[in-house]
Design a protein around this ligand. Structure first.
Ligand SMILES: Nc1ncnc2c1ncn2[C@@H]1O[C@H](COP(=O)(O)OP(=O)(O)O)[C@@H](O)[C@H]1O
Ligand SMILES: [Mg+2]
Length: 251
C-alpha cells in the first residue's frame, strides 16, 4: 500500500468561543476524490483553510506525504504540492487567461523577482501554463481577459491555476457553486480526469455531482466529523440522513 497523500489528525480551530473545527481528522489518498459535505457553517471552508495554511490550527497535525506541514505557511505548502481554490472566485480579471496561469506557474519556480522581467520569455513557465489550460479545456480561450469569461470558465481557470502551481493535492472549495447544469457537468468531467494523478478534497453541495465523482465522503456537522465512508455507506447512514441529507431519502 502506498502512503496517503495527506493525513490530518485532530485539527482544531477556535474563533473566540466558537469551535469551527473540533478534533477533525481526514485522510486523502492519491488517485481519489474525497468529498466533504455538511450544512452551511459546518466548518468545511475552515478545514480547507487549515489544510492549505491560510489559517493556523489551534491544535492538530497535518502530514503531506511523510512531512509535517502544520507549522508551514501557505506559500511553503504550495511549493510542496498542496493547491487550493476558493469558495469565491479568485482570479486577476484584467489579465488574460494565459497570464493568470503563467503567474500561478511562476509561483512554484521560486524566483518571484523574475516574474515581471522574464515571464514572457520563460518557456518553461509558458509550457506549464499551456498544459494547465489544455487539461482544463481553456486553451482556446487563452488570450481573453479573465473578467470576460463565463462564471463556469472562471471556475475552470481557477483549477487551471492550481494545476499550474504543480499541485498534486487539490483542495477545492465549492468549485460548482453558481454553475448551471451544463457547466457543472463539464466541471465533474474535469474532476474525473484530474483524479488519477491527484488527491482531491472536494467541498460540494450538489449531491448528484458528489455521488457521481466521490470515492469517499466525509460529513461534517457543527465543526466535527460525523462520519467518513464510501458513497454507499454515507447514503445508507441513518446518522447522516438525520443530520444532513434529510429524511426524504428514507426507505
Ligand atoms: N475568520 C473567521 N472568524 C470568525 N468566525 C469564523 C471565521 N471563519 C469561519 N467562522 C465561523 O466558523 C464556522 C464554520 O465556518 P465555515 O468553515 O466557513 O463553514 P462552511 O464552509 O462549512 O459553511 C461558522 O460558524 C463561521 O461563522
Ligand atoms: Mg464554506
Amino acid at each position: 500500500m502506498t502512503e496517503p497523500a495527506l493525513v490530518a489528525s485532530g485539527l482544531t480551530r477556535r474563533f473566540g468561543g466558537l469551535v469551527a473545527n473540533d478534533n477533525v481528522s481526514i485522510t486523502l489518498e492519491h488517485g481519489r476524490v474525497h468529498a466533504l459535505l455538511g450544512p452551511n457553517g459546518a466548518g468545511k471552508s475552515t478545514l480547507i483553510n487549515l489544510l492549505s495554511g491560510d489559517l493556523a490550527p489551534s491544535a492538530g497535525s497535518i502530514r503531506l506525504g511523510t512531512r509535517e506541514i502544520a507549522g508551514l505557511g501557505a506559500a511553503q505548502r504550495s511549493r510542496l504540492g498542496l493547491g487550493r481554490s476558493y469558495q469565491k472566485t479568485n482570479i486577476f480579471g484584467s489579465f488574460t487567461v494565459h497570464e493568470n496561469c503563467r503567474l500561478a506557474a511562476q509561483a512554484r519556480r521560486q524566483r518571484p523577482w523574475r516574474i515581471f522581467a522574464n515571464a514572457i520569455a520563460d518557456r518553461a513557465t509558458n509550457d506549464i501554463a499551456d498544459a494547465a489550460l489544455e487539461t482544463t479545456g481553456l486553451r482556446s480561450q487563452h488570450a481573453r481577459l479573465a473578467a470576460t469569461l463565463s462564471h463556469g470558465e472562471q471556475r475552470q481557470l481557477e483549477i487551471a491555476m492550481v494545476l499550474a502551481t504543480g499541485a498534486r493535492v487539490l483542495l477545492l472549495d465549492e468549485p460548482l457553486a453558481g454553475m448551471g447544469a451544463q457547466e457543472s457537468a463539464r466541471m465533474v468531467e474535469l474532476l474525473r480526469r484530474l483524479a488519477p494523478a491527484h488527491a482531491i478534497l472536494l467541498v460540494e453541495h450538489d449531491m448528484d455531482a458528489v455521488f457521481a465523482v466521490a470515492d469517499e465522503i466525509t460529513v461534517m456537522v457543527e465543526g466535527r466529523v460525523l462520519e467518513t465512508g464510501s458513497p454507499e455507506s454515507i447514503r445508507a447512514s441513518a446518522a447522516v440522513r438525520e443530520a444532513y441529507l434529510g429524511t426524504e431519502a428514507e426507505n
